[in-house]
Write a protein that binds this ligand. Structure first.
Ligand SMILES: [Zn+2]
Length: 280
């Protein structure tokens, strides 16, 4: 749960999730070994001036986590403190911090992008009884933005559909299809539309898999599994550069298992194994 009425921060040891720009503050305890700073307020002297921006975002191993957003302010980095990218930190910690860092980053993003009212243009204020910002001029209230995305693993006999989008080209990564849910659309409709738009095929036997918050920047990934139904793969060459069916023995470079994409691919591999066994 997210809280803003913070008391007893001064005397308690807490985990400090501090953002500066789009980076996260960590303490390097050994070379390449990063930890979230932990201790009393005095242990990070510079956060004292940001008490109004502190938000409690939950607990990690029974200890409170406090988010502090420094925005564009520079931090004086001493005592083995470093600023690192969120993605690199989460990859190193294999997902154990994913939920809390995601939540903290989404709250920080929300505060940064809702300084003024979208309806009348007056400054907005943080309210303290729920996580929201309010315009006291016109009454407009905003909540942290959360964007639903579908992501779907598609199986055709013993092959999986993997595609490379523009953003994945420089990491040479191939993944399952994903896309934002449009206004007025159900999750199921979004899956069928995205698959047809991005790969030109139809799918059937759609099943829910799992969901995952993904803080780049504020997505809620909703994972599905589906079977190929009909059509030939056709990509637009703009959003999706290439797509093809891959055997488990010939997979290209795929996402790590910390991401739901990696978990979906693993699940499709399990289904392919079962399908092959049923053929024999
Ligand atoms: Zn307003």
């Amino acid at each position: 749960m997210i809280r803003q009425n913070l008391q007893s921060i001064h005397s308690n040891n807490v985990h400090w999730l501090v953002f500066s720009g789009d980076q996260l503050l960590v303490r390097e305890v050994a070379e390449g070994d990063w930890q979230i700073p932990f201790g009393q307020l005095q242990s990070l002297a510079f956060v004292d001036a940001y008490q109004e921006q502190m938000v409690e975002v939950g607990e990690f191993e029974q200890q409170t986590c406090i988010m502090v957003d420094m925005g564009a302010e520079q931090i004086e980095l001493t005592d083995n403190l470093l600023l690192v990218s969120l993605r690199n930190f989460l990859l190193q910690h294999q997902g154990s911090w994913l939920e809390l860092v995601s939540r903290a980053w989404q709250v920080a993003q929300f505060q940064r992008t809702h300084r003024f009212c979208g309806q009348c243009g007056m400054p907005m204020q943080q309210i303290d009884w729920e996580m929201a910002r309010q315009c006291f001029q016109c009454g407009h209230r905003c909540y942290p933005r959360y964007s639903p995305c579908i992501i779907v693993g598609i199986r055709k006999d013993d092959k999986i559909l993997l595609a490379q989008g523009k953003a994945q080209r420089n990491r040479n990564l191939f993944s399952v299809l994903a896309g934002f849910v449009e206004s007025g659309e159900s999750l199921e409709q979004a899956v069928h539309r995205e698959v047809f738009e991005e790969a030109g095929i139809k799918v059937k036997n759609l099943r829910y898999f799992a969901s995952q918050p993904w803080p780049f920047p504020h997505s809620l990934m909703m994972g599905f599994l589906a079977d190929y139904d009909s059509g030939e793969i056709q990509v637009d060459g703009e959003e999706i550069l290439e797509a093809d069916w891959y055997l488990p023995e010939q997979l290209p470079n795929i996402p790590a298992k910390i991401s739901i994409a990696g978990q979906i691919i693993e699940q499709v591999m399990t289904e392919i194994k079962a399908w092959r066994n049923a053929q024999n």
